[in-house]
Design a protein around this ligand. Structure first.
Ligand code: 1HA
Length: 270
């Protein structure tokens, strides 16, 4: 498999292969901990994935085979957030989490090694997670003076249940790939050397499917959990479908032609 670079960044790699985009954190020396810049770059890459019609599935991963992501880089954690070159403290990974959930294409976490802290939450918010046998999962917040009470708590609890989610956060234990599979935290576990091949196989299976059906399903799964914002996504897809209809086009055409719209021929379904 030869990945073609999409765009050069400083702290991530961003590449393309046959309908699939791969966003990979490239800071293996710190187990792919993220800085505000790493996150900003992932947000930009995700936005490109949203807008490019030749991309159907996104893989989120980390370079090096030893870590998916170890969360916020504690060496740049300052007063009120993680600090970049502009000296402004940020928690911008929260924006990335929302973006992963709302992008209307499946996002697959490809996890080798550590998925810890804010890095664990990133895999949690992905649509699917495929783990290598060396994967290790856990939250560290109460140990290092942090917590993610958003998706990191409530969505995690939807996945593994309230008791387990509270255990994960309160004890800060680490869980191996088999334990993660047993609690429904990941979809599949494979040997490390098969991780990318298996992930690609899953991506190709999704790419063969109806993109609109996948899009509707993603927003439908979100809608149940995300309140008004979830309904907005689902309803936005309804508007997309409506815009494809002759009935909706009659409204626009009438406006452009400065005439009264004639909706009389469109059925009033039971
Ligand atoms: O909670 C949030 C947020 C909540 C709300 C809103 C925004 C949030 C944004 C972020 C976060 C967080 O992510 S808080 C949680 C931050 N992460 C952690 O607490 C995990 C820290 N790392 C570890 O516990 C361990 O490194 C490890 C269990 C993943 C692996 O241990 P191991 O195999 O013993 O490796 P280790 O030697 O510790 O790590 C290798 C190198 O990577 C070390 O550097 P070196 O001594 O070689 O110079 C280590 O310091 C560095 N490193 C690892 N993780 C981080 C890190 N450096 C900075 N930040 C890290 N997160």
């Amino acid at each position: 498999v030869t990945w073609t670079p999409i765009k050069e960044f400083k702290e991530i790699l961003f590449s393309y292969y046959q309908g699939i985009a791969k966003i990979s954190i490239n800071r293996p020396q710190v187990h792919n901990a993220f800085t505000p810049l790493t996150v900003q770059e992932m947000i930009e890459a995700m936005d490109i994935c949203r807008n490019r019609t030749d991309i159907g599935v996104i893989i989120l991963t980390g370079e090096g085979g030893q870590a998916f992501c170890s969360g916020g880089d504690q060496s740049v954690r300052g007063h009120g957030g993680y600090v970049g070159e502009d000296t402004v403290p940020r928690l911008n990974v929260l924006d990335l989490q929302k973006q992963i959930r709302s992008i209307p294409k499946p996002v697959v976490a490809m996890v080798a090694g550590w998925a810890i802290g804010g890095g664990h939450v990133l895999h949690v918010v992905c649509d699917l997670s495929i783990a290598a046998e060396n994967a290790r999962f856990g939250q560290t917040g109460p140990k290092v003076g942090s917590f993610d009470g958003g998706f990191g708590a409530s969505y995690l609890a939807r996945i593994v249940g309230q008791k387990k989610a509270r255990e994960i956060w309160y004890l800060c234990d680490q869980y191996n790939a088999q334990e993660a599979l047993d609690m429904g935290l990941v979809n599949k576990v494979v040997p490390l050397e098969q991780l990318e091949a298996t992930t690609l196989e899953w991506c190709f299976k999704m790419l063969e499917k109806s993109p609109l059906a996948l899009r509707m399903l993603k927003s439908s799964f979100n809608a149940e959990l995300d309140g008004q914002a979830g309904i907005q996504e689902l309803a936005g897809n309804a508007t997309l479908l409506y815009y494809l209809s002759e009935e909706a086009k009659e409204g626009k055409n009438a406006f452009m032609e400065k005439r009264k719209p004639d909706f009389s021929k469109y059925p009033k379904f039971p």
